[in-house]
Ligand binder design. Structure first.
Ligand SMILES: [Ca+2]
Length: 132
């Protein structure tokens, strides 16, 4: 009898952990942006599911971001200053500081807005500054 109870308890635990896995899987389907400290999606990372701004110049993420993963379906606007101020760039796909016309934005991002792509504002047309 004791053995049967133990088996039943173990089955119960197995069932509970299985349903928790299913919930975790569901959560992982939420669209999220991942920012990285280094280029090519390396170093420390932070997951963003909504707008983010540094808390101040001493924020550990201030002027540190060097690459960003943007999943299909999301558009992000990154700003050079906190609270969505300063120069911005719009990204609809992954970005790393080593490539493209926005390479000079490395270690300058201080806030990010996250939109579902259908709700995103049109990107501003801006002349790119020349590299020094
Ligand atoms: Ca960096």
């Amino acid at each position: 009898m004791k053995k049967l109870i133990i088996v039943l308890v173990l089955m119960q635990i197995a069932l509970i952990s299985h349903s928790q896995c299913a919930t975790a899987y569901k959560d992982s389907a939420v669209l999220a942006v991942v920012v990285y400290e280094h280029s090519n999606y390396q170093g420390r990372s932070m997951i963003l599911t909504s707008d983010w701004t540094v808390s101040g110049s001493s924020d550990p993420w201030n002027d540190k971001i060097s690459s960003i993963e943007v999943p299909s379906g999301l558009t992000v606007v990154v700003y050079m200053d906190w609270k969505y101020q300063g120069e911005s760039m719009t990204l609809t796909s992954n970005w790393t500081c080593q490539e493209g016309p926005y390479a000079w934005k490395n270690d300058k991002i201080s806030s990010i807005r996250v939109f579902r792509t259908q709700d995103a504002p049109l990107p501003k047309q801006k002349k790119m500054p020349k590299k020094p």
